[in-house]
Design a protein around this ligand. Structure first.
Ligand code: DAH
Length: 347
């Protein structure tokens, strides 16, 4: 007689004992292979009396099917486990902190000075209660100019040498020449009041020199609330200046013209090279220009549907790269884009 029960019981036990795919395939060939126990049982069928053979054959088929099903189940179980183990082994710890000493000696990188500067500026403004917002680098003519009270063919467009994008109709698209269009995007949402800074990359068709880059960075600021005055603007700029550059660096405002603010001003800070005494960098004046600012023009409020009878606001915008230059005494701004590691490693 063929002992089907033991064949099935032993086979099932071996299959579930297989600890990995390799072991499982060995067990499988031990059971189902040419010299396996099922094949041996099959050969024994021939020795049975014809009346027993049919029943035994059916039994053998049933046992074989059940063992095959168990094999398939165990195989997919072990495959899942193997995949999970491989993933665990491949996992990178992206939270690992590399100490500066190791970083420098192995040549691993770090955040670029401009990024560090942007982060530090954001921290200062967040500390003053501002939120941080961002907008796209390619803008339509409407956001970059028109909504900012600069209609087509307005002479003020000459203040920004613009890269135009050839995207075709329906609208003219540009690489934003300043971060001011993000003001429009924020006000358009209609959620007032607003106290936000908007850092980002800007583009101008300028030839790079010691103080200008064609691809550069600005931080825009916008406050829209009830009863906002020019004094709030001046106070905000002075607070930011001393917080970021140090308590011996101050700010002053000089009348200027921008289409989107009225009145407008340029803001200057104490020259960080000579600390106000007068030097070549500041042309002997003791002051360095950092950016523009002013009270939001009613025409801008009108473009975005903010009621100027109820709300008033101020805005400002200045260069991040220029801040890095002033704070670290970088004589030529082009060093920020040249990727010379001897320069980058200093920060
Ligand atoms: N967008 C101006 C520029 O890039 C700078 C500026 C001036 C921004 C006055 C302002 C502002 O928000 O009120 O030249």
């Amino acid at each position: 007689m063929i002992d089907f029960e033991s064949i099935e019981k032993d086979g099932a036990a071996e299959l579930s004992a297989a600890a990995d795919l390799g072991e499982l395939e060995e067990v499988a060939s031990g059971l189902l292979g040419k010299r396996g126990s099922l094949k041996a049982a099959h050969r024994q069928l021939g020795a049975l009396a014809p009346e027993d053979r049919v029943g035994a054959g059916r039994r053998l088929n049933e046992v074989t099917e059940r063992l095959r099903a168990q094999l398939a189940a165990r195989r997919s179980e072990l495959e899942v486990a193997a995949r999970a183990a491989a993933l665990r082994a491949d996992r990178l710890d992206l939270t690992e902190v590399v100490p500066a000493s190791v970083r420098l000696s192995t040549g691993l990188g770090h955040l670029h000075l401009v990024t560090q500067t942007r982060d530090a500026l954001e921290d200062v403004f967040v500390g003053m209660g501002f939120e941080v917002a961002e907008g796209p680098e390619s803008e339509t003519d409407w956001y970059n100019f028109e909504a900012l009270n600069i209609p087509p063919a307005h002479p003020a467009r000459g203040m920004w040498d613009t890269f135009y994008l050839e995207l075709g109709q329906p609208e003219t698209a540009v690489l934003r020449t300043h971060t001011s269009p993000v003001q429009i995007r924020l006000m358009e949402r209609g959620e007032l009041p607003i106290h936000a800074v908007m850092p980002g990359r800007c583009y101008r068709r300028d030839t790079p020199d010691a103080r200008h880059l064609a691809v550069f960075h600005q931080v825009e600021g916008l406050v829209v609330d009830e009863g906002i005055s020019f004094g709030d603007l001046a106070g905000t700029i002075e607070t930011f200046t001393t917080a970021y550059f140090g308590s011996d660096i101050h700010s002053r405002l000089r009348p200027a013209y921008f289409p989107f603010t009225e009145p407008s001003a340029e803001f200057e800070i104490t020259c960080t090279i000579c600390h106000g005494g007068g030097c070549r960098t500041c042309s002997g004046t003791g002051w360095i220009e950092l950016g523009g600012c002013g009270m939001v023009d009613p025409a801008v409020f009108e473009a975005v549907g903010v009621d100027p009878e109820r709300w008033s606001g101020f805005a400002f915008g200045f260069g991040i790269d220029r801040c890095a230059q002033m704070r670290h005494g970088i004589s030529d701004m082009r060093a920020l884009t040249e990727n010379d590691v001897r320069f980058l490693r200093q920060f």
